[in-house]
Design a protein around this ligand. Structure first.
Ligand code: HEC
Ligand code: HEC
Length: 299
């Protein structure tokens, strides 16, 4: 190798190393500004319910029936990861962007995407688990099959055989015999969902129900079936649930459902942001009309 060639190589190597460490510094600096931004967004938009310390004990929490999440435990209901695992960043971002329908957790579409990612990052600082545990791969959601009458019939059988009846009831109305006195891990009463009523907490798409049946809802009696039922059986259950979910929950003011109305009194900006899909006067940053919000407005 010629001397000139090898010193050239050395130079490239040095540049790569310096550049690489520069990137890392830039990344760390960016993470820090994100956390600062996330903290500000959190205190302004979330602490009223979730509490300044993230323990779910905000000043509004007392009067809400479905209690705000306590983020210090690292228990998240809405995840793409197996039962008991931490959620992925995308899971937190999805919930912040869509909200949890029927509860006071409104879609936070008055916040820009950057602000929603930042506050999702900030939530993780409340639980030491995010430091201690590695992030877990999401469960696969295979392509949705055609919801044929045969698949729906299989779902109906599966619904009996897998034991959904015990909690969700023979007709899916949430009145199964084990449904009385159910509690979540914080000791609060929790109802088995009436599966004949839309909208669902999990989200508006069949894939959202598939995810929930596969992963379960951490911190609640809703088990995970990712290991015990095949993908086809889980899709069959989704098709069956959608076939019985023919009723709509009563809509209140502005098309809001259940405790969403209380949330509007607490955070008008989020309610308006949701209505406008992050557009209009309340717009702070981009955001297309969210599909969930279109659904909320009944279009
Ligand atoms: C008006 C009250 C209220 C406000 C304000 C609020 N939340 Fe919530 N949030 C709730 C409630 C109630 C739940 C629990 C829903 C459930 O368990 O079904 C919840 C659940 C969540 C979850 C779901 C966690 C899981 O289990 O998967 C996330 C994430 C979340 N909130 C983030 C936020 C962020 C971030 C903000 C502010 C930008 C915010 N929330 C503002 C009431 C609120
Ligand atoms: C031990 C009781 C129990 C059993 C058994 C059970 N569930 Fe659930 N399920 C619950 C509870 C409680 C919730 C509500 C959680 C919440 O509101 O946060 C729930 C929620 C759900 C949801 C989410 C609804 C929404 O709003 O997004 C779906 C879907 C669901 N269950 C389907 C099933 C299916 C299918 C089976 C059987 C394979 C099943 N469940 C078995 C207790 C149970």
């Amino acid at each position: 190798m010629s001397k000139r060639f090898s010193s050239g190589l050395l130079l490239i190597l040095v540049i790569v190393i310096v550049h690489g460490s520069g990137c890392k510094q830039a990344r760390v600096a960016r993470a820090e500004t994100d956390i600062k931004l996330g903290e500000r967004i959190y205190l302004e938009n979330c602490a009223a319910c979730h509490g300044q310390k993230g323990d779910g004990k905000g000043p509004e929490a007392d009067r809400l029936k479905t209690k705000p999440r306590d983020f210090t435990t690292g228990q998240y209901k809405f995840r793409s990861t197996p039962s008991g695992s931490l959620p992925r960043d995308e899971d937190i971002f999805r919930t912040v962007s869509r909200g949890v329908r029927t509860t006071s957790m409104l879609a936070q579409l008055h916040l820009s995407e950057k602000e929603r990612w930042a506050v999702a990052e900030y939530l993780k600082t409340f639980s030491p688990r995010f430091h201690a545990e590695k992030s877990v791969e999401p469960l696969a959601i295979p392509a949705k099959p055609a919801f044929t009458p045969r698949l729906i019939a299989l779902g109906k059988t599966e619904y009996q055989e897998a034991g959904c009846v015990a909690c969700h009831g023979a007709d899916g109305r949430g009145d199964g015999r084990s449904s009385k006195d159910l509690k979540d891990d914080s000791g609060n009463s929790i109802l088995s969902t009436d599966l004949t009523l839309k909208p669902f907490k999990s989200g508006p798409e069949p894939e959202d129900l598939f995810r929930t049946i596969s992963t379960g809802l951490n911190g609640t009696p809703m088990p995970s079936y990712g290991n015990t039922l095949t993908e086809q059986e889980r899709w069959a259950l989704v098709s069956y649930i959608l076939s019985i979910a023919t009723r709509e929950r009563p809509r209140g003011m502005m098309g809001l459902v259940g405790e969403e109305t209380q949330a509007m009194m607490i955070d008008m900006r989020a309610a308006m942001g949701g209505m406008m899909g992050g557009k209009g006067m309340m717009r702070r940053g981009g955001g297309k009309m969210d599909k969930n919000m279109k659904d909320m407005m009944g279009r």
